[in-house]
Design a protein around this ligand. Structure first.
Ligand code: NAG
Ligand code: NAG
Ligand code: NAG
Ligand code: NAG
Ligand code: NAG
Ligand code: NAG
Ligand code: NAG
Length: 414
């Protein structure tokens, strides 16, 4: 999984690793940049510029423009952003770019947790060598500038836990080197563009925004992500069977509270590397696909707060790595075999508020009966939008508990 690696290494060490990596994958880009950089380098050495190279001069212009649209900086991160030594500015990291090992350019910005309020100016497009851009947990607002499309080495973009607005920032789709995209906990709205799933991203975090419309039908189709978290948005629609295309990479899929409807597709069970599957707080109907019994790596499984029916299959309960299995607030009517004694397998579980005759804290017969009399035929299910048909099938209990964020959903604090 991506995040522990990224938070464990310091930004500076990571930059060095990154640039070695990037130089091996982007020879074409490097060749293109090589020309302009040598050109600028020569020019700046002839003049007596206070900047060691033209790239640092452009970075200076960008940072001064940025400072002008920063309105609050309670921890004084930007107070030393004066003068030509941009590599000495707090939160700014320089390194040798892949195309020229003799110069230093601005390669990383790490302002995580700075609590800064302000905007992102168009001049950030001048930071054309940036590889890491971390703005986690600030108060930046407004939209993401289109000029970021100039950042052809950008590998990690973390804008999480800010106040950005507007449609999904399509500019990220044009970044050729992007690998880690984190825009969770902002106010982005409207649909997720299907092109997002044509990018080779390792991690996609878009949870806790105001995204709407259906989950794109190519969800996961053309991608190689190990973590996909789209939770707490208002998408609606079914989980597309195309999810199976992520089988060789996906380890965590968090789709909780996204107005998902229809049955879970059996293709979920093809994701053989999956460790975490959370589809709780949706409008899912029908049975647990038996294919889930094939997920040998699965540790956390959460179906809670849906309108699922049928049996809880023993094949799921005997998964060798299962540690936490929640299926409360559904309409399951039978726990097969060892599923009725998960304690004996030391699995943390929650089976409350189902229609399980032998278990405590179940729904009443009056509530269960109408549902159990109308079994769902998955092949007849339609994929409805956020307020569509199957939602009305059964009065789902409204969540009362405070939302629990798994470590993957909460913004990282590094
Ligand atoms: C930031 O700088 C201001 C003015 O110099 C000072 O009053 C304040 O204590 C500083 N804040 C921190 C967190 O260092
Ligand atoms: C930048 O920081 C380094 C190390 O702290 C220091 O040696 C150097 O003099 C600084 N450069 C400028 C121009 O302030
Ligand atoms: C893109 O980067 C180049 C330097 O590589 C710079 O000259 C140009 O102005 C930048 N474009 C924008 C839109 O910032
Ligand atoms: C996969 O991505 C490529 C370009 O990256 C595109 O040409 C192709 O149509 C995509 N396939 C699907 C199924 O979306
Ligand atoms: C579900 O998401 C909505 C926003 O789409 C949010 O307001 C609500 O608190 C979330 N519910 C839970 C249980 O997390
Ligand atoms: C088990 O999973 C549920 C649902 O995700 C979570 O609320 C609970 O804290 C987890 N328990 C443990 C011990 O991990
Ligand atoms: C569950 O299994 C344990 C040990 O395997 C056993 O002692 C216990 O009686 C079982 N509980 C039920 C309710 O069957």
């Amino acid at each position: 999984m991506a995040s522990p690696l990224f938070s464990a290494i310091t930004s500076h060490a990571l930059l060095i690793i990154l640039f070695v990596y990037l130089s091996s994958i982007s020879n074409n880009l490097a060749a293109k940049h090589s020309y302009s950089s040598t050109h600028h380098h020569h020019r700046s050495s002839h003049k007596s510029s206070p900047f060691r190279n033209e790239k640092l001069h452009q970075a200076y212009i960008a940072f001064q423009a940025w400072k002008r649209v920063i309105y609050s900086d309670p921890s004084n991160f930007t107070s030393n952003w004066v003068g030509p030594s941009v590599c000495n500015y707090t939160g700014i990291y320089c390194a040798a770019p892949p195309y020229n090992h003799k110069i230093r350019v601005v390669a990383g910005i790490d302002l995580n947790g700075a609590d800064i309020a302000g905007f992102l100016p168009d001049e950030l497009g001048l930071l054309s060598d940036l590889a890491l851009f971390h703005l986690n947990s600030n108060r930046f607002c407004g939209i993401i500038p289109e000029t970021l499309s100039n950042l052809s080495f950008l590998f990690e973009l973390d804008l999480s836990n800010n106040r950005f607005v507007g449609p999904f920032p399509r500019v990220v789709l044009s970044l050729p080197a992007l690998n880690y995209l984190d825009i969770r906990f902002n106010e982005f709205e409207g649909p997720l563009p299907p092109e997002l799933f044509n990018k080779k991203l390792d991690a996609i975090f878009v949870n806790n925004n105001r995204l709407t419309s259906m989950i794109p039908p190519n969800f996961g189709a053309n991608n190689s992500a190990s973590v996909v978290v789209i939770a707490n948005n208002k998408f609606g629609g079914c989980l597309p069977p195309s999810i199976a295309k992520l089988a060789d990479t996906l380890e965590e899929l968090l789709v909780t509270n996204t107005s998902l409807s229809g049955c879970l597709p059996p293709e979920v069970g093809y994701l053989y590397k999956l460790k975490v599957l959370d589809v709780s707080f949706n409008n899912l109907v029908g049975p647990i696909p038996y294919s889930i019994a094939g997920l040998a790596q699965l540790e956390q499984l959460n179906f809670a707060h849906n309108t699922m029916t049928g049996i809880v299959p023993e094949g799921v309960c005997v998964l060798p790595n299962l540690a936490n299995f929640s299926f409360s607030y559904n309409f399951f009517c039978e726990e097969q075999g060892i599923c009725s004694n998960l304690t004996s397998k030391r699995i943390v579980f929650d089976d409350r508020r189902n229609c399980l005759p032998e278990r405590p804290l179940q729904r009443s017969n009056k509530v269960c009966q109408p549902v159990l009399e109308h079994p769902v035929e998955c092949f007849e299910q339609h994929c409805n939008g956020p307020f569509g048909g199957s939602v009305a099938l059964v009065p789902t209990a409204m969540p009362t508990a405070a939302p629990m964020f798994s470590p993957s959903m909460a913004p990282t604090h590094t």
